[in-house]
Design a protein around this ligand. Sequence first.
Ligand code: SF4
Length: 262
Amino acid sequence: MLRSLNLHTVCEDARCPNIGECFLRRTATFMILGDICTRNCRYCAIPSGIPAHVDPAEPRHLAHAAKELGLAHVVITSVTRDDLDDGGASQFVACIHELRKVLPKSSIEILIPDFEANPDVLNIVIDAKPEIINHNVETVTSLYPIVRPMADYKRSLNVLHYIKQKERNIYTKSGIMLGLGESEDEVFALFDDLLEVECDMLTIGQYLPPSRNHAHLMEYIRPEVFDRYKQIALKKGFRYVASGPYIRSSYNAIEGINKMSE
Ligand code: SF4
């Protein structure tokens, strides 16, 4: 179905280790705006280069696929499109509108790039009122020059802050990978930074290098350490935390929205 509708998923393109489980459960995270990214993050399997034209049929196709799968919670992400004036924000909105038409009761989560923290662009997606807007900070600030050379830690925090200030009813969510060489103190400082910008939800997972040419794996984090981070993050004030070696931003995302709605 994905092939015939010309749709991409981050599950396949980012070589997610959970793909067997998620596809078996008939869930997937749609990745819009093509499969070529304009950035070059060193942990990511998605190729960097000159992206394809935006497909005007993509929102309709995505909605069709979500309906066929009967998704109660739809997660949409994209490659970063610094080449587009609005970073692709209007394509996110077109997808949300098409989804609302065919699945009016389903919740929608969008996992956005930083849109260069441009308020005019962020307003486009905020005004479409998805239930959750996720923007991953991915790693601690000291590792940005090594693993996210074209991104900026503070800018990502500003994105989350702006969304919450503008629309308090949208849940904000962020995620990080462990095992890139971060220290525990840096992780705790990151928790504090996210809480400072009133981020509601947090995911913590293990970094797995897609190839030998990507950022090196520095450490496998033990499952009990993930559990400890979860307890500490909840104690510090996050409303929802998923933490474990195979946790990804979109893993079992429906659990997050259900928890927030309790
Ligand atoms: S965890 Fe997310 S990206 Fe990975 S297979 Fe599941 S839905 Fe796809």
